[in-house]
Design a protein around this ligand. Structure first.
Ligand SMILES: C[S@@+](CC[C@H](N)C(=O)[O-])C[C@H]1O[C@@H](n2cnc3c(N)ncnc32)[C@H](O)[C@@H]1O
Length: 239
C-alpha cells in the first residue's frame, strides 16, 4: 500500500481567509489534520485559524511540542509526534499539518518533518508556503515592508542590545519577532537611537485581538502577547 503524504500547510497569521487556495484544498481533502496542541486546554492558534474549514469526519491530531530548551526532552517530543503522524501515513492516509504563518519561517514543523524523515524514510513530505507575520504586520500597518534598495533584517529572538544597535546601523528596515519578553530593553535602544517615532508594534496581526501601536515614544512599558512583533523603519526613503 502506498504511504500517505504529510503536508506542511502554512495557514497564515490569523485571518482564515489568508490561507492559500492550495493549502485550503489540501486541508479539506486530508483525512487527518494535525496541529500544535494548545496550552491549558485552549485550542492553539493554528487550530483556531482552520476550525471553520474542517469537516466533521476528519480526524484531529493535536501534537505536543513543549516550550522548553532541553534538547533531550524536545527530541523525545518530536519523536513522539513523528510516530503519531507515521501511524496514519503508514496506513496510506494523508496528514495535513497546520502551521501558523508560514511553515518555513521559524516553525516547529521543520523539526517534525526532519524527525519523521529520519525515523521513517519512506514518509513523503510536501510544503505549502503562505503569509508570514512580518508581511501581515506591514499590511495591517498600511506600509510596504521594504522599498527600492532597503536592506531588511529579521531577528527571531534572543537579541542583545549590542546586536540590535549594530543591525539598526546597517539595515533600513528591522523586524523583531518574539519581542514581548524583551520589549523594555528594545525600547531603551530605540530611544537612544531616536528611532521610537519610526517604530511600530503589531499585536496579533489579522487575529481577532489585533492591536497596533504607532507611536512608541510614550509607551516604554507595553505588556505584549506572544504574538507581537516590532517593525523599525530605521531609514525610510522620505527621510
Ligand atoms: C516561532 S515564530 C513563528 C513565525 C510564523 N511561522 C510566521 O510565519 O510568522 C513566532 C513569532 O512570530 C511573530 N508572529 C507570528 N504571528 C504573528 C501575528 N499574527 N502577529 C504578530 N506577530 C506574530 C511573533 O513575534 C511570535 O513571537
Amino acid at each position: 500500500m502506498p504511504v500517505g503524504t504529510l503536508y506542511g500547510i502554512s495557514v497564515g497569521p490569523g485571518d482564515p481567509e489568508l490561507l492559500t487556495l492550495k493549502g485550503l484544498r489540501l486541508l479539506k481533502q486530508s483525512p487527518v489534520v494535525a496541529f500544535p496542541a494548545g496550552v491549558r486546554g485552549q485550542p492553539g492558534i493554528a487550530q483556531q485559524i482552520i476550525t471553520k474549514w474542517l469537516r466533521q469526519e476528519q480526524v484531529l491530531l493535536p501534537l505536543t511540542f513543549p516550550y522548553i530548551q532541553d534538547d533531550h526532552l524536545l527530541m523525545q517530543a518530536w519523536k513522539a509526534a513523528a510516530g503519531q503522524v507515521w501511524h496514519y501515513l503508514s496506513q496510506g492516509a494523508d496528514v495535513a499539518f497546520a502551521c501558523e504563518g508560514d511553515v518555513g519561517f521559524y516553525s516547529t514543523f521543520t523539526y517534525l518533518a526532519q524527525t519523521l524523515q529520519h525515523l521513517y524514510p519512506p514518509a513523503e513530505i510536501q510544503i505549502v508556503p503562505g503569509v508570514s507575520s512580518p508581511l501581515a504586520a506591514a499590511a495591517v500597518l498600511g506600509l510596504p515592508l521594504t522599498l527600492r534598495h532597503q536592506r531588511l533584517v529579521i531577528l527571531p529572538a534572543l537579541y542583545t542590545a549590542t546586536d540590535l544597535k549594530n543591525v539598526l546601523r546597517w539595515a533600513e528596515v528591522v523586524v523583531l519577532l518574539k519581542v514581548s519578553s524583551v520589549y523594555r530593553q528594545v525600547w531603551d535602544v530605540l530611544h537612544e537611537l531616536e528611532l521610537l517615532e519610526h517604530s511600530y508594534v503589531v499585536e496579533r496581526a489579522t487575529q481577532p485581538g489585533q492591536v497596533i501601536h504607532h507611536d512608541l515614544v510614550n509607551k516604554p512599558n507595553l505588556a505584549l502577547p506572544y504574538f507581537s512583533l516590532l517593525v523599525v523603519q530605521a531609514e525610510s526613503p522620505d527621510r
